[in-house]
Design a protein around this ligand. Structure first.
Ligand code: HEM
Length: 487
């Protein structure tokens, strides 16, 4: 990258020449600094404001631009314009991340990876804010702040604490499936290029006739899955904390563009009420035998951002950024996320965050009557700022963005509906039994190494019990491994 500010006089922020950028103005040789040195004051003040608050989760990440290409006719399922034709290309920006670490944390750690994808479509930006896991630890947004508190730094010790982590997981048995995934081989990807991405939630697609379908997205890495063992990761995290970030940037610089084959699982809406699992439960997958994934597209990353702060740190992604033909499902986690992200962006980047170059629509323009606020760029000029008005300008379309869903019953703090095969352990047990003997050994060793650090026996035992309920052998081996480490 060879960007350079044009030669000429160094200036202040207001464009006036700077006479001396090495010495502060002082009251005589050896004297104190003068407040009239506006260049010094401006320079120090600007420096103090270089950071915006880091993301409360997923603070550490890297991003790149690329292209999404449609490879199948999905018009029977969705009327989203960017999916309307085989061969159609849409510009994208993808930010990968880890979850628990702060901004400067190492990349090679056991943690889910974020897979946040922005499609710059002609009908506005569509964001799919997923992870590298098809499932999640919890199934109701109301538990998310508590869950994240256990993953981040303890208020007293200031460190991540195994006691908090395992206390929460032990008391939240719905996490057993995702924890089995996380402590398995895929828990530490070798790089952002060598892992899959998932939309994770169930979303709604609506076709031109207004018919709805439930859909799950899968992004299968074309580089192949590659992971690090716990031992390899410990060394790499120390030697090269930026390993994932560097790998992504350098591979794109070298023209070795990473790509993913994009698939969708599609469920007719009529199947949902009687499906064997609650199809909106984020702690469960839809087994592929029930709804085989169909290939729908190809995603390629081929351009690095020019400025990491402007384009990666200030990038914003929200599950509520839908386009016509794609909408939410009643998944309680997704519903909570529809609020949380926009709110985080207004706090973290500001009310005009949507209009920054990385965030604004690239294939259309925002035509709103929203105005002003911090860092407003005046792009609307003197145009009327209300609607309806008698002076022309944008108007509502009167076309529903997605299909209505049927609801019934009384309001209240109801648990999610339970379907025939729903429980907190079944799919975790299935995942365990699918693993080879080698994989099982590494899974048990990884889990035991972490649980053995817990200070209280009751917390450790409760956590192990969840794995026993998933599979008797799983629990027995884990118990023995933890006992061996705790002595
Ligand atoms: C109700 C549960 C959840 C809440 C309340 C929540 C909230 C948040 C918040 C506040 C941020 C920071 C946003 C920012 O400052 O720009 C964030 C980032 C993120 N979350 Fe969630 N989250 C939830 C669940 C999930 C799930 C289930 C996934 C994946 C399936 C996910 C994936 C991500 C990703 C990838 C980012 C980083 C986005 C980026 O790169 O800017 N989150 N989340």
């Amino acid at each position: 990258m060879t960007d350079q500010i044009p030669a000429g006089p160094l200036t202040t922020e207001a464009g006036a020449p700077v006479a001396d950028n090495q010495h502060s103005q002082v009251a005589g040789v050896g004297g104190p600094v003068l407040i009239q040195d506006q260049h010094l004051i401006e320079k120090l003040a600007h420096f103090n404001r270089e950071r915006v608050p880091e993301r409360v989760v997923h603070a550490r990440g890297a991003g790149a631009y690329g292209t999404f290409t449609v490879t199948a006719d999905v018009t029977p399922y969705t009327r989203a314009a960017f999916l309307s034709e085989i061969g159609k290309e849409t510009e994208v920006f993808l930010r990968f991340s880890t979850v628990a670490g702060n901004l400067g944390a190492a990349d090679a750690v056991r943690d889910p990876r974020g897979f946040a994808l922005k499609f710059y479509t002609e009908e506005g930006n569509y964001d799919l804010v997923g992870n590298n896991t098809p499932i999640f630890f919890i199934k109701d947004a109301i538990k998310f702040p508590d869950f994240i508190h256990t993953q981040k730094r303890d208020p007293y010790t200031g460190s991540q604490e195994p006691d908090n982590v395992w206390d929460f997981w032990g008391l939240s048995p719905e996490s057993t499936h995702q924890v089995t995934w996380l402590f398995g081989d895929r828990g530490i990807p070798a790089s952002y290029r060598h892992m899959n991405g998932y939309g994770s939630h169930t979303f709604q697609w609506t076709n031109a006739a207004g018919e709805a379908f439930w859909v799950k997205y899968h992004f299968k890495t074309d580089q192949g899955i590659r992971n690090l063992t716990a031992e390899e990761a410990a060394v790499l995290a120390g030697q090269d904390p930026d390993s994932h970030q560097r790998d992504l940037r350098v591979s794109i610089e070298n023209g070795d563009f990473p790509s993913w084959t994009v698939q969708a699982q599609i469920m007719p809406v009529a199947d949902a009420p009687t499906y064997r699992f609650n199809p909106f439960d984020l702690t469960k997958v839809w087994p592929h035998a029930d709804y085989p994934p169909i290939e729908i597209g190809r995603l390629e990353l081929n351009r690095n951002p020019r400025n990491v702060f402007a384009e990666v740190e200030q990038s914003i992604f929200s599950p509520h950024h839908f386009v016509p033909g794609i909408g939410p499902s009643p998944d309680n986690m997704l519903q909570g996320r529809l609020f949380a992200y926009g709110d985080a962006h207004r706090y973290r980047v500001g009310i005009n965050a949507d209009q920054l170059p990385v965030n604004r629509p690239h294939a259309t323009e925002a035509r709103t009557h929203g105005r002003d606020g911090h860092a407003y760029d005046g792009r609307h000029g003197g145009a009327k700022n209300y609607e309806p008005n008698s002076f022309g300008g944008p108007a509502q379309t009167d076309q529903p963005l997605w299909a209505a869903t049927t609801v019934s019953g009384v309001t209240g703090d109801h648990p999610a509906p339970s379907h025939a095969e729903d429980d907190d352990y079944g799919q975790a047990g299935t995942l365990y039994r699918l693993m080879s003997e080698d994989e099982k050994e590494r899974l048990i060793a990884n889990l035991a190494g972490s649980i053995a650090q817990v200070s209280r026996d009751d917390i450790a035992e409760r956590a192990i019990e969840n794995f026993r309920r998933a599979d008797e052998d799983y629990g027995k081996r884990l118990h023995a491994a933890v006992q061996a480490l705790r002595g």
